[in-house]
Design a protein around this ligand. Sequence first.
Ligand code: R5P
Length: 297
Amino acid sequence: MCNTPRKPPMISPIVYSLFNSPINLPNYPKGQLSYRLFPDGESYIRFEDNLEGKEILFLDSLDHPNEKTIPLILAANTAKELGAKSVGLAAPYLAYMRQDKRFSPGEAVTSVYFAKLISDSFDWLLTIDPHLHRYKSLNDIYTIPTYCLSATELISGWIIKNVDHPVLIGPDSESDQWVAQIARAINAPYTVLEKVRLGDKNVEVSIPEMGKYKNRTPILVDDIISTGQTMIKTLHHLKALETKVPICIGVHAIFANITTSALLQAGAGKVITCNTIYHDSNEIDVSPLIYQTITGI
Ligand code: R5P
């Protein structure tokens, strides 16, 4: 779980995004940079600003990490070579956090190697609700200063404003950290289910005990919606239990080869996510969270 971070070492950064970012930091100048791919797929990068002595902030989420990480690393190294005073990365979604142990012999523990790649090229990293499961903190694998923010307060605010009488459901033990915190903030009951992953797109989720919550709206909360199967299996249980129409809330809208409509068809009345990754379900804006942390307000 993330703790309240210290302020990143920036006063007035120039902000660059190589990929479209839904995050809006209007008070900082936007840098001018050309980024494109050569016909062979290699990256072409050119800064159009003078970077000498400047604080640089790259603002790009790391969904589709294999596509995005190499260009970002190349850009960070260019910025340093061109004289930037510091180069930070604000990645609202941080990839490669889930392979945090060798589950089978011979497997790559990719979280460690990915952390090394980022730590070697950036001076600091800011992110929102990284998937901290077996790691206690990002410092377990990142060697640069890290600033770990959480969207739980914003999610709590959304629920208070939009739902009367909720009951929160965390679909697996990892979601406990988010669900418990939100439930405390909005003074609502919660339950956490047990999940078994049988394959990349195949999970089993235990049946929630909803008997005493029939008059409440179930709100499923998870950090990541990827294949959507965790949410879908939980929605099937709720449908069979004939609860009120549930709402799904995810922090990070990965939506790998699936659309919101699959969750709606499975019984969700609404699917809400934070805009850490562009998606049509984005309804909670995390820009103020990032802005306030950088400015130290
Ligand atoms: C993993 O433990 C995460 O907290 C999410 O539950 C998981 O990533 C969701 O994946 P999917 O949408 O593929 O079921």
